[in-house]
Unconditional design. Structure first.
Length: 200
């Protein structure tokens, strides 16, 4: 019988694994309660604190979640999950510059990270300042007036947008940067975007 590691550890009484099962089943209040109770006596169990922070995030307890992610980074400054979620929190709050700095740290730690390839559609349009289009609209490049320019344009910002599938925004950033710097790397990235567009 093939039992996954989380289930096996949960059956053995390891409370962070049990909390993770609650999290995976979207039983966020149960996960928060279990983690909070156990972290009082075992505050250094990082796996439990990560589950707590994620459960708080998914139950819209944003300030509490942010506090827990910062505590995780105090113990483990390179914790990719905490960096990614803090990036999402900052992006959701409209602080794109800080969000991209967190995402950039994730990429520096794990160049092949798939964790950044997430949809931005879950954010409220009142809070989202970069995108309000659905992914299919992004591909068709309709309604460009519904997008606004990023407050900063860097190659890294273009790379991150491209990773998330927002090719039009990435292309615009690369084109603007090319006006200032005729970098072969930027030309190569633009050619790749344009050839993929022609293939579709």
């Amino acid at each position: 019988m093939n039992i996954n590691l989380t289930s096996e550890l949960s059956q053995q009484g390891y409370w962070p694994a049990r909390a993770k099962e609650f999290l995976e089943n979207k039983q966020y209040s149960k996960a928060v309660k279990l983690c909070t109770e156990n972290l009082k006596n075992e505050p250094d169990i990082l796996s439990g604190r990560i589950v707590l922070a994620m459960a708080l995030y998914h139950s819209d307890q944003i300030e509490e979640a942010e506090e827990q992610f910062y505590r995780i980074l105090q113990s483990d400054p390179d914790n990719i999950a905490a960096l990614k979620y803090l990036g999402d929190l900052k992006f959701k709050a409209g602080d794109e510059h800080t969000a991209f700095s967190y995402y950039n740290r994730v990429l520096r730690l794990d160049k092949l990270s798939t964790g950044l390839q997430c949809s931005l559609n879950g954010f409220s349009t009142n809070e989202t300042k970069v995108l309000t289009l659905r992914r299919e609209s992004e591909k068709s490049e309709k309604n460009p007036e519904r997008l606004r320019k990023l407050p900063f344009q860097t190659e890294t910002a273009g790379d991150l947008l491209l990773l998330q599938g927002h090719t039009r925004m990435a292309r615009e950033i690369y084109q603007d940067l090319l006006k200032v710097n005729k970098s072969p790397k930027l030309i190569e990235k633009l050619e790749k975007i344009n050839s993929n567009k022609n293939d579709e």
